[in-house]
Design a protein around this ligand. Structure first.
Ligand SMILES: NC(=O)C1=CN([C@@H]2O[C@H](COP(=O)(O)OP(=O)(O)OC[C@H]3O[C@@H](n4cnc5c(N)ncnc54)[C@H](O)[C@@H]3O)[C@@H](O)[C@H]2O)[C@@H](O)CC1
Ligand SMILES: [K+]
Length: 496
């Protein structure tokens, strides 16, 4: 159930199902029943329900839910946005089954309800809410009633999670078949409350025919590409990750990354340090090894050892020409590379030169920008307000040839081939100094173990979120690597 469908893909799922012989109204009935069940599961019989129905099929679902809830003994009122004549097709049939009064839309009438069923707009929302629709939404939000949204909170784009005008703040959202990107992307996510995707009679064959390319970031997406150590295994089977350290005054980031790479299962991890930073790194590290190198030429001979199979570079380095030279050296080798922080910012004046180096590579390349770093490398994509975060990440991946981890509360991982994962397990405690260094180390550790770039990046983002969740309030970056242990243990147990 980790596949996501855009509203457009969901419309295709609907059409393919209807073409296969299932009437559209059967889908609407199933949808309306599921909404009624969601209300009935939480609210005692006899309570007051107000259904806000819109002019399209989302409103049709609302009519069905109203009928079912009234039949079950709830006191149901229904308010319609527009006149009955606007209802077409299945929505008109659904309205025909509703025996109660149809109240005209009026914000003043949005009161005296324990529950509001928001069936104003779903997948068909195509412009910002204004006028009476916006007033109804604002009145519902202010009413204090528990709001159950049908498919999407009205005003939220299912494709992008953007608020179009104003939007319902739901406690529960019942969506159909599969979730939509707008349920996972902010600000939409914050408006959905708890989201449940329910079956309404669309078959998995339809899913296969559509071939979704966006997914919620869950173990099902990458678990098959990661394995626990073999019983007869050896540390040399688990890869050797390298993390490049900054100078003496900026070494902590590399150690955070190195510790994370080791915890997530790399067999060996070495911090490659400039001469002035060897001693300080060595003083702080135990299982992680330290070796010195001097300049790009020094790093090049260091990396001549083919057993190193991933390199994390950027944290603590400084956004300057020396860093660009080190990055060029690292990218010239045939091993997985994670570019983070200053390795990205150092290329702000000529991102195309960086992308040209990545283009020729055969091995995994992952870039992990936060929004600011992203804007430095992809200023046009960042500045285009019409592009949702998903499209920005996808276009950046296609342009650069790297897997892009566009970080944030709803981190998006995009592959150059268009595959996309939206992460949803990161707690706000992760927004703290050094947290990103840990993430780049996790990716480097997984790439060292032989995982492909997209799967490694998605798994690392998920492990990072789960570790952050395990630590909880008061989290500092140093807590994350130790917490990875429990996350991996649970992953192994769950999929044993
Ligand atoms: N696609 C499917 O598989 C199924 C869809 N169903 C329901 O159908 C919904 C989609 O139905 P529709 O495509 O009719 O779309 P909606 O019911 O979401 O809305 C479409 C109507 O709203 C109008 N509209 C859009 N934005 C507006 C705005 N800002 N202000 C005023 N009017 C606006 C449109 O002109 C159109 O009349 C889904 O969200 C879901 O609830 C369900 O019945 C079950 C099956
Ligand atoms: K809705």
């Amino acid at each position: 159930m980790h596949e996501l469908l855009t509203p457009e893909e969901m419309g295709r799922a609907d059409r393919l199902t209807i073409e296969s012989g299932i009437p559209g109204f059967a889908l609407m009935e199933a949808a309306g029943y599921a909404v009624a069940d969601a209300v009935a599961n939480r609210i005692p019989l006899g309570r007051r329900v107000l259904v806000l129905a819109g002019p399209g099929n989302n409103g049709g679902d609302g009519f069905v839910a109203a009928r079912v809830l009234a039949d079950r003994g709830y006191r149901v009122r229904l308010m319609l946005l527009g006149t009955r004549e606007v209802l077409k097709g299945d929505a008109a049939i659904a309205a025909g089954g509703w025996r109660g009064a149809v109240e005209p839309a009026s914000p003043d009438g949005v009161r005296d309800a324990d529950v509001i069923v928001d069936a104003l707009f779903g997948a068909g929302l195509d412009r910002p809410l204004g006028g009476i629709a916006a007033s109804l939404v604002d009145a519902a939000n202010a009413s204090g009633a528990l709001i159950v949204a049908v498919d999407l909170p009205s005003g939220i784009s299912g494709k992008t999670g953007a608020i179009l005008g104003t939007a319902i703040a739901a406690a529960i959202t019942i969506t159909f078949f599969r979730r939509k990107p707008g349920h996972l992307l902010y600000p939409g996510r914050a408006h959905c409350g708890r989201v449940r995707a329910v079956e309404i009679g669309i078959s998995d064959d339809v899913l296969a025919a559509i071939g979704p390319s966006a997914f919620a970031n869950a173990p099902a997406l990458w678990r098959a590409h990661w394995s626990a150590p073999r019983a007869d295994g050896h540390k040399y089977d688990r890869g050797h990750a390298v993390v490049v350290s900054g100078p003496a005054h900026a070494t902590g980031a590399a150690r955070l990354a190195a510790g994370a790479a080791l915890r997530v299962g790399a067999g060996l991890v070495t911090v490659a340090a400039p001469p002035d930073a060897v001693a300080i790194n060595a003083a702080h590290l135990t299982a992680v090894m330290v070796r010195g190198f001097e300049g790009a030429a020094g790093l090049d001979s260091f990396l001549a050892d083919r057993r190193f199979n991933s390199v994390v570079i950027g944290p603590g380095l400084g956004a300057d020409a020396d860093t660009r030279a080190l990055v060029a050296t690292v990218l010239a080798g045939e091993r997985g590379v994670v570019l983070d922080a200053d390795a990205l910012t150092a290329h702000r004046d000529d991102p195309a030169a960086l992308f040209a180096r990545i283009a020729g590579r055969l091995r995994a390349t992952v870039m992990t920008p936060h929004a600011g770093e992203f804007a430095r490398l992809f200023p046009d994509l960042a500045a285009d307000p019409a592009l949702p975060k998903t499209d920005r990440a996808r276009m950046a991946a296609a342009r650069s040839g790297a897997v892009i981890v566009l970080k944030g509360a709803d981190t998006v991982v995009a592959a150059p081939d268009g595959r996309l994962a939206i992460n949803e397990n990161a707690p706000p405690w992760l927004a703290t100094a050094g947290s990103g260094d840990v993430l780049s180390g996790l990716i480097g550790g997984l790439v060292a173990q032989g995982m492909p770039a997209f799967e490694a990046a998605a798994m690392a983002v998920w492990v990072h979120g789960a570790a952050g969740d395990a630590v909880g309030p008061g989290l500092i970056a140093e807590d994350l690597a130790p917490a990875v242990r429990g996350v991996i243990a649970k992953l192994v147990a769950d999929t044993a």
